[in-house]
Design a protein around this ligand. Structure first.
Ligand code: ATP
Ligand code: CA
Ligand code: CA
Length: 180
């Protein structure tokens, strides 16, 4: 098993998350979310910021998206609760499905686990079809294999890259002036 042991001896897993925002100061919302993630996740990598025209419900502002990788000792369900708490703390309030949001945090991969409970499916069900998820993820984890599909992220990204208009909008999360 791909468990690692941190200094307290607790088991930790490598996780990959997708973050998006399309309301208000989008870059600032992503920055605050990543900062909050650090409480339970040792961040290994943060992608550049990508801007994507909204897909699905198209009559809404463009999204900024990033991918983040890190190590956490939280079990999957607790990780979901943790990220949902951050969404709320940063300012997300319920709207309609796929509507505009201050911040969305999805769990893409949790180690090489495949799991499905009432409120959590990992790998994220839609990730293989979403350029706005795969393009940022491929930047930080091209060789990581999707445990359900048996294919590396770079291959999945290449297949969908042209489908949506996903463009690099800023080099670094801590260079906010580049994305405003
Ligand atoms: P989508 O899942 O298509 O990206 P969304 O992110 O807009 O849609 P939300 O309203 O943020 O959907 O979340 C709806 C529910 O999805 C959450 O309450 C959570 O229980 C569930 N869910 C299932 N799998 C995951 C996952 N891998 N990461 C985050 N949430 C998940
Ligand atoms: Ca989502
Ligand atoms: Ca979500």
């Amino acid at each position: 098993l791909p468990y690692k042991h941190d200094m307290d001896g607790a088991e930790s897993q490598v996780v990959y998350l997708s973050l998006g925002s399309n309301l208000g100061d989008r870059g600032e919302h992503l920055r605050r979310a990543v900062q909050a993630l650090r409480k339970e996740i040792r961040i290994n990598a943060v992608s550049r910021i990508y801007e994507t025209t909204a897909v699905g419900v198209v009559d809404q502002p463009a999204f900024l998206n990033i991918a983040v990788s890190g190590e956490t000792a939280l079990p999957p369900e607790e990780l979901l609760r943790f990220v949902k708490g951050i969404e709320h703390a940063v300012g997300r309030r319920p709207t309609f499905r796929w509507g505009p949001r201050v911040v969305d945090i999805d769990i893409l991969l949790y180690g090489d686990r495949c799991l499905e409970t009432e409120d959590l499916t990992v790998p994220h069900v839609e990730m293989a079809g979403r350029a706005f998820v795969l393009v940022p993820l491929a930047e930080i984890a091209p060789d990581v294999v999707h445990p359900g599909l048996g294919e590396p992220v770079a291959a999945l990204a290449a297949r969908v890259a042209g489908r949506e208009s996903v463009r690099a909008a800023g080099p670094l999360l801590d260079s906010p002036e580049q994305v405003r």
